[in-house]
Design a protein around this ligand. Structure first.
Ligand code: GLC
Length: 584
């Protein structure tokens, strides 16, 4: 397969913009003194669905090793592996029963070590997913904790006696979850349906679970829990991981008084009252823990990184997760508002959110993300049914040509679609089982990676993969897109290569351009040294002309096939066109 199909030989061809996506000029790689994660492209590998090497229909670590050459060609700096630890797989690995091993379904520690070594050889670091908030109910810690009220781990989880079922504070919903005359202590709900409290007869107590009932929350007010998890982190740091993606990290603490949460109005997909999670999420107590974990991680060489799954609703909270102004907490809390909050493909939304990431995060490095294993794929969210690939190229441009660290998800680069199951009996995700038909769960965004147009998309030799491959593989697959310069994969590769090679796309400052035609999102990158860069995305179905600064000497670096030409005074942007270039 061609390693880089978009390098244009002739500048003139590029100036005429009659070519496919075209990388016109590429300076040699620029060394900066920033830590690696500041300009990184991080790629989420959903291990179950990426590559099956042993033919059991489930992706595995050997499969990831086999695909490292592809990831290297794409220009990925690090992969984040979704949980591969021993687990009953109730929540597909986010219910861990042993933090220091590999589930045999995914391989062995030897396979893991090989992945780290091979990855390092190819410049692809390995980041692991770590679930600090909860364990599996099959973890020995929980089994012990649940066995009695006075065992050595009795206080490792969040336990409550509940309240008498006839107490005046108990409402009808709580009463539904009563046992042996006791009701849950409050109205807290699980993100995966029902009450957040589960009764254990051996203790005659309830335990709290933010997620599925097989995922009991650890009690982070107990210092022994923090010590145990710190040891787990050391185990993986010593094995050479480049960092952690901290799962559900904003949920470590709950209100110690277990007060009711305020109602948000209406019912959730599981029929429970919607609540404002002000007493179970994003509590101030979190930050001292995160600072200690960060200090520990910083003692390792190689700029190890803490990425956070931070579903918070604004810049004020994001600043706290960075630990601004000291920046001594998470280096990369995910900006979930920019990528997941947007109503549609519209410049106003992105302009506001990009500006907020520039100015509102207290100096922390933004981490942008549009796709992951829990949400509808961005192509489906933003597409209009006609210009889908052009729109996906625009999203990729925001991700890779802005100043943020980029986090992507397998398959986004080829335009894989979200395809939820059509029948309840085909659902695998617990959320889909509990929420059907209102919430069909997350199977739709977790289908096998489409390497080829073949029967099992090159993912497995097994005729029954754990989730069916999508029929759309004939249109969207790596093999055909690597051979097609105009494909989404072609555009993504060219963008990442430009991000790596062009001084103007590394460091420096980024300024949103306000005086732009309607429908256009544009920004300027001003490097410490070297020419400034303009990035212009026409997000509308109407051609737009965008004035260039007086005396500018525009020089295109990368444009879509919907050629965006310039005449020295204005950029001409056909519908959905993208232009990246130097403007002198
Ligand atoms: C995170 C994970 C999600 C999982 C949940 C519970 O949100 O991304 O997949 O179900 O945590 O661990």
């Amino acid at each position: 397969m061609a390693s880089f199909p978009y390098r244009c030989r002739h500048l003139l061809a590029a100036m005429l913009m009659l070519t496919p996506p075209c990388l016109v000029a590429a300076a040699s790689s620029v060394e900066t003194n920033q830590p690696w994660w500041k300009r990184a492209v991080i790629y989420e590998v959903y291990v179950r669905s990426f590559q099956d090497a042993d033919g059991d229909g489930l992706g595995d670590l050997r499969g990831v090793v086999d695909r490292l050459p592809y990831l290297q060609r794409l220009g990925v700096d690090a992969i984040w592996l979704t949980p591969f630890y021993p687990s009953p797989q109730v929540d597909f690995g986010y219910d861990i029963s042993d933090y220091r091993s590999i589930d045999p379904r995914f391989g062995s520690l030897a396979n893991f070590d090989r992945l780290v070594a091979e990855g390092n050889r190819r410049g692809v670091r390995v980041i692991v997913d770590l679930v600090l908030n909860h364990t599996s109910d099959q973890h020995p810690w929980f089994r012990e904790s649940a066995s009695s009220r006075d065992n050595p781990r009795a206080d490792w989880y969040v336990w409550s006696d509940g309240v008498p079922v006839d107490a005046p504070s108990v409402d009808a919903v709580q009463r539904r979850f009563a046992h042996e005359g006791r009701a849950p202590p409050n109205n807290w709900t699980s993100g995966f349906g029902g009450s957040a409290w589960e009764w254990v007869p051996a203790r005659r107590q309830f335990y709290y679970h933010r997620f599925y009932r097989q995922q009991p929350d650890l009690n982070w007010r107990n210092p022994a829990v923090e010590r145990a998890m710190t040891d787990v982190m050391r185990f993986w740091l010593d094995r050479g991981v480049a960092g952690f993606r901290l799962d559900a990290v904003t949920s470590l603490f709950e209100d110690p008084a277990l007060r009711d949460e305020p109602a948000a109005g209406g019912l959730d997909a599981f029929g429970m009252p919607k609540l404002r999670h002000v007493l179970t999420d994003d509590l101030p107590e979190e930050h001292a823990v995160i600072r200690r974990l960060r200090a520990m991680v910083d003692r390792y060489s190689g700029s190890r990184v803490l990425i956070g799954e931070t579903w918070v609703d604004g810049a004020a909270s994001m600043r706290r997760w960075y630990g601004a102004p000291a920046l001594d907490e998470l280096q990369l809390p995910m900006d979930t508002v920019l990528g997941f909050g947007g109503p549609r493909y519209s410049p106003d939304w992105f302009r506001r959110r990009l500006r907020e990431a520039q100015t509102g995060f207290g100096g922390g490095q933004p981490l942008f993300v549009f796709d992951n294993h829990d949400t509808e794929r961005s192509i489906d969210k933003f597409a209009d049914g006609v210009h889908d690939i052009a729109i996906a190229k625009g999203i990729a441009t925001i991700l890779y040509a802005s100043q943020a660290t980029a986090l992507t998800y397998y398959g986004a680069e080829i335009g894989m679609r979200t395809r939820p199951p059509l029948r309840r009996e085909d659902v695998r995700d617990p959320i889909g089982l509990a929420g059907w038909p209102q919430d069909k769960g997350r199977d739709g965004e977790r289908r096998p990676m489409q390497w080829t147009a073949g029967a099992q998309a090159g993912f497995t030799t097994n005729p029954s993969p754990w989730l069916p491959v999508d029929p759309d593989r004939a249109r969207a697959n790596v093999a055909s897109e690597e051979a097609d310069p105009a494909s989404l994969l072609g555009w993504t590769k060219a963008l990442i290569a430009l991000r790596r090679s062009e001084p103007g796309l590394q460091g420096g400052t980024m300024t949103l351009l306000d005086t732009v035609p309607p429908g256009v999102l544009a920004w300027q990158r001003l490097p410490g040294r070297g020419p400034r860069i303009w990035v212009a995305i026409n997000m509308s179905a109407v051609a737009q002309d965008m004035a260039l600064p007086a005396g500018a000497k525009p020089h295109a670096l990368l444009t879509t096939e919907a050629a965006a030409s310039h005449d020295g005074r204005a950029l001409h942007l056909p519908p959905f066109a993208i232009w990246i270039g130097r403007v002198g």
